[in-house]
Design a protein around this ligand. Structure first.
Ligand code: AMP
Ligand code: MG
Length: 480
C-alpha cells in the first residue's frame, strides 16, 4: 500500500531559512494509535489519498512515526505575552512541525502535531493532549472554515491509547493541524529578544515570502509586512465579531502572521448577545471578553511592531513614527470590515453604524440570541425573540426605510452571511463528553451540521437553539 505520497515530500523551508528558531525533535511513542476522525476533504486538498491515511502506516504518520528518511520534525521557539505578562520562552512544548507540503493549489502549508510528547520547551507540562480538547479544536476550526473565516484546520485526531492526567485521567490524543504557517507574533518577539538582527531579518523575509510576497517590492518591505499583518488581523477579528466568536486566549503567541485563527482552547460562540461574554475559566479579569477582542488584537499588533522597529528604520524615532502610523490603520480597517459585514447581515446596501449600535444595545438589554436574531430577521420572525418587542418595532421601522425594494433578494443574501448553525457550546460540551466516553456519533453529527452553517435543514432545530439554561455562558475548563 502506498503511504500518503505528499507526506513523503515534506519540505523544511522554515528550519532551513530561519535557523535558530527551531530544534529537531521526535514524537513520543504512541502505544495504540486509533484514528478517531480524518478530514478527507482537507486530505484531498493536500494531495493526500485519504484511504492511505487510514492504513496503519498512514495513522503512524499522523502521530509522527514512520516518517521518510530525511524528514526532521522540529519544535518551534516562540515567546509571548500571556494575559498581558511577557514570557520570554514558550515554544512548542507539546507540538512538532513535521514539515511543509505544497497543496494542490500550490500553497505551502505546515503539517503540525499537537500532543506529540514533551519537547525542550515543555517546562512543567507533560507534552500530551486529551481527546476532548483535540476534538474541540477540530470541530471549531471546521465550523470557522464553514463560515468562511480564515483558520488553521485539523487533518486528524488520533487517540493514543494512553491516559493523560488532568483533573482526572483522560484518554490521550494527537491532533494533526494544517496551517498557512505557524509564524506568530510571539515568534517575532522571541527572535527580537535574541538581539540577533540577522535572525530577525531572516524571519521577516521568510514571512514576507510566504504570506505577502508582493510586499517585497515595497519601498520598506518590513513596514509593508507590518501593514499587511495589521490589516489581516483587523479583518480576521471583525469576522469573529460578526459571528459572535470568542477566542478566549488571545495571547501574542496565539496571534498569527498569516491572519488565520489559531489555537482553539477555551473558545466559544456566544448565545445571548453580551460584550462581556467570557468562556475561559482562567480569564478572571475578562481580558479576552468578546467586546475586548479588537482592542486586544491591536495591542498584540503593537507588540509585533516593537519587534520590527530595527528592521523598519535604523533611526529609532523614525521607525516608531512609521510603525505607529501603520498600527493606527487598524481602527479603520477594522471599522470598515465590521460596518460592511453588519450591513450585509442586516440586508442593507450601505453601512448604517448608528442603527447597528442601537440594535446591539437592544440585543444586550433583552439578552437576545445573537445568531438567531439575524437569521430570523430575514425570515420576518425576529420580533418573537424579544420579551418586550416595542423597542424592536421602532428599530425595525428605521431599518425598513433603508431596505432595497427586492425583499426576497435581500432575505436570500442575508441567509448567505447569517449562519443558521454555529457550534453551540452546550452541544459541543455534550459531544466532547460522549466522545471522551467512546461515543463519537454526537461529534460527527455536530461536525456535519456546522460544516454547512448557512443551509437550513429539516430535523436540525435542536442545533439552532441556545443553551436551555437561558444562555448563561458555559465556562470551559478543559482548554488544553
Ligand atoms: P496554549 O495555551 O495552548 O497556547 O499554550 C501555551 C504554551 O504552553 C505553549 O508553549 C504550549 O506548548 C505549552 N503547553 C500547553 N500545554 C502543554 C503540555 N501539556 N505540555 C507541555 N507544554 C504545554
Ligand atoms: Mg498556543
Amino acid at each position: 500500500m502506498t503511504v500518503a505520497r505528499t507526506f513523503l515530500e515534506l519540505d523544511d523551508s522554515y528550519a532551513r531559512e530561519v535557523p535558530g528558531l527551531s530544534m529537531p525533535w521526535t514524537a513520543a511513542p504512541v502505544p495504540e494509535p486509533t484514528l478517531l476522525v480524518l478530514n478527507e476533504e482537507l486530505a484531498a486538498e493536500l494531495g493526500v489519498d485519504p484511504a492511505a491515511l487510514r492504513e496503519p502506516a498512514g495513522v503512524a504518520l499522523l502521530v509522527g512515526h514512520g516518517l521518510p528518511d530525511g524528514v526532521r520534525p522540529v519544535a518551534q521557539a516562540y515567546a509571548g505575552h500571556q494575559f498581558g505578562g511577557y514570557v520570554p520562552r514558550l515554544g512548542d512544548g507539546r507540538a512538532l512541525l513535521l514539515g511543509e507540503v505544497i497543496d494542490v493549489e500550490g500553497r505551502r502549508r505546515d503539517v503540525h502535531l499537537k500532543g506529540s510528547g514533551r519537547t525542550p520547551f515543555a517546562r512543567g507540562g507533560d507534552g500530551k493532549a486529551a481527546v476532548g480538547p483535540m476534538l474541540r479544536e477540530y470541530l471549531i476550526g471546521e465550523a470557522m472554515h464553514g463560515l468562511g473565516i480564515p483558520t488553521t484546520r485539523a487533518l486528524s485526531v488520533v487517540a493514543t491509547g494512553e491516559r493523560v492526567l488532568r483533573e482526572t485521567a483522560l484518554p490521550g490524543a494527537v491532533l494533526c493541524r494544517i496551517a498557512a504557517s505557524h509564524l506568530r507574533v510571539g515568534t517575532f518577539q522571541y527572535a527580537a529578544a535574541t538581539g540577533d538582527r540577522d535572525l530577525l531579518r531572516a524571519l521577516a523575509d521568510h514571512a514576507v515570502a510566504r504570506h505577502y510576497p508582493d510586499a517585497a517590492d515595497a519601498a520598506n518591505r518590513y513596514l509593508e509586512l507590518y501593514r499587511r499583518v495589521v490589516e489581516a488581523q483587523a479583518r480576521l477579528v471583525a469576522r469573529w465579531m460578526l459571528v459572535g466568536f470568542v477566542h478566549g486566549v488571545m495571547n501574542t503567541d496565539n496571534t498569527t502572521i498569516s491572519g488565520e485563527t489559531i489555537d482553539y482552547g477555551p473558545c466559544a460562540f456566544m448565545d445571548a448577545f453580551d460584550p462581556a461574554t467570557v468562556f475561559s475559566s482562567i480569564d478572571h479579569g475578562g481580558r479576552y471578553a468578546y467586546g475586548n477582542q479588537p482592542g486586544i488584537a491591536q495591542w498584540n499588533l503593537a507588540r509585533l511592531g516593537e519587534t520590527l522597529l530595527p528592521l523598519i528604520d535604523e533611526n529609532t524615532d523614525g521607525a516608531v513614527e512609521a510603525a505607529t502610523a501603520v498600527l493606527g490603520e487598524f481602527a479603520d480597517v477594522y471599522a470598515r470590515s465590521w460596518d460592511e459585514g453588519m450591513a450585509a447581515k442586516l440586508g442593507l446596501p450601505a453601512p448604517a453604524p448608528e442603527l447597528v449600535t442601537d440594535l446591539l444595545e437592544l440585543l444586550r438589554a433583552q439578552r437576545v440570541d445573537f445568531t438567531n436574531f439575524f437569521r430570523s430577521l430575514s425570515a420576518g420572525t425576529a420580533r418573537t425573540l424579544f420579551g418586550e418587542p416595542e423597542p424592536f418595532d421602532a428599530w425595525a421601522a428605521r431599518r425598513d426605510v433603508l431596505l432595497p425594494a427586492d425583499r426576497a433578494g435581500v432575505a436570500a443574501a442575508m441567509d448567505r452571511v447569517n449562519p443558521a448553525y454555529i457550534p453551540r457550546n452546550h452541544l459541543v460540551e455534550e459531544a466532547l463528553t460522549a466522545a471522551t466516553a467512546g461515543d463519537l456519533a454526537p461529534f460527527e453529527r455536530l461536525l456535519d451540521v456546522v460544516l454547512s452553517p448557512f443551509t437550513e435543514r429539516p430535523g436540525l432545530q435542536e442545533y439552532a437553539q441556545p443553551a436551555p439554561s437561558g444562555g448563561a455562558p458555559h465556562v470551559t475548563y478543559c482548554g488544553t
